[in-house]
Design a protein around this ligand. Structure first.
Ligand SMILES: NC(=O)c1ccc[n+]([C@@H]2O[C@H](COP(=O)([O-])OP(=O)(O)OC[C@H]3O[C@@H](n4cnc5c(N)ncnc54)[C@H](OP(=O)(O)O)[C@@H]3O)[C@@H](O)[C@H]2O)c1
Length: 260
């Protein structure tokens, strides 16, 4: 299969760790120039070095908070200055936030929407002109399976992610004529730093392996997913092999979700 990714330019928010870092590494291996944005400098630089070692490409790694419109504009501007334009945007920055409804105040709601919905809106707004200029592009929104099937105690994240689903579909229609394809990936349970934090909160007495095995028992495929298993789908959707797919949301969840 020809992924036709060589020479493309990709921006990945939350590209310093977990699914975002793995996606950036795979895209660079396929011949993309990559720009990664996240807040903390140390993991950003560690991932940038790993990408350079593996692919021989020097990525752009820029400290970016997607809740800041200025930071989003800065990341896009720096990417265009360094690489000449943008073909692929992966809106991946995010963090889990789920509590019973009555424990949530407006501040928590607003912070979650600002990170997950507005982060994606700001980045897409900044990237679209360059994609149009280059004759097309890809936007991939990394969401959560709760966007389609919200469970109890799952707000605000499931509501922010459902807004991400609507954004994916509506934007795909607005920009289809410009050959910009917009899709979402709905993540179930994928091993990442996030799960280390969950273990500390939910089962501090368990080892990491015990905790992850316990999580895996509730998943039809019997295990938690690897970051590469989510990144593979993201790379496919970014590639020339996915040229007739837009406005859809695909689950990567080992069968956990009861919906399509
Ligand atoms: N892993 C799962 O099981 C799972 C399940 C459902 C959904 N997801 C979603 O998938 C995406 C990736 O998750 P992951 O598990 O790979 O997470 P992770 O390992 O915790 O990585 C999150 C990344 O996002 C960055 N980030 C967080 N807040 C940011 C902000 N305000 N601005 C810019 N970057 C920010 C982090 O860096 P800094 O902290 O340095 O900014 C980091 O690079 C997230 O959107 C997450 O909500 C994951």
């Amino acid at each position: 299969m020809d992924f036709a990714l060589s020479g493309k330019v990709a921006v990945i928010t939350g590209g310093s760790e977990g699914i975002g870092a793995c996606t950036a590494r795979l895209l660079a291996r396929e011949g993309c120039d990559v720009a990664i944005g996240a807040r903390r400098e140390e993991p950003l630089q560690a991932t940038a070095s790993a990408i350079q070692q593996e692919s021989g490409r020097v990525p752009l790694a820029l400290s970016t908070d997607v809740t800041s419109a200025e930071d989003c504009a800065g990341l896009v501007r720096a990417t265009i200055e360094r690489f000449g334009g943008i073909d692929i945007l992966i809106n991946n920055a995010g963090a889990s936030s789920a509590q019973p409804f009555e424990q949530l105040d407006d501040e928590v709601w607003q912070a979650d929407l600002d990170l997950k919905l507005f982060g994606a809106v700001r980045m897409a707004r900044q990237c679209l002109p360059s994609m149009r200029e280059r004759g097309g592009g890809r936007v991939i929104n990394v969401l959560n399976i709760g966007a389609k099937q919200p469970g109890p105690g799952s707000m605000p994240t499931t509501v922010s992610r459902a807004a991400g689903l609507a954004l994916t579909k509506a934007l795909s229609r607005d920009v289809a004529a410009d050959n910009v394809l917009v899709n979402a990936v709905c993540i179930g349970s994928i091993k990442s730093a996030q799960w280390g934090r969950f273990r500390e909160q939910r089962a501090p007495e368990a080892t990491e392996a015990e905790f992850l095995a316990q999580v895996g028992r509730n998943i039809p495929l019997g295990r938690i997913g690897e970051t590469e298993e989510a990144a593979n789908l993201i790379v496919f959707l970014a590639s020339g092999a996915a040229s007739y797919i837009t406005g859809t949301a695909i689950n990567v969840d080992g069968g956990a979700s009861g919906t399509w």
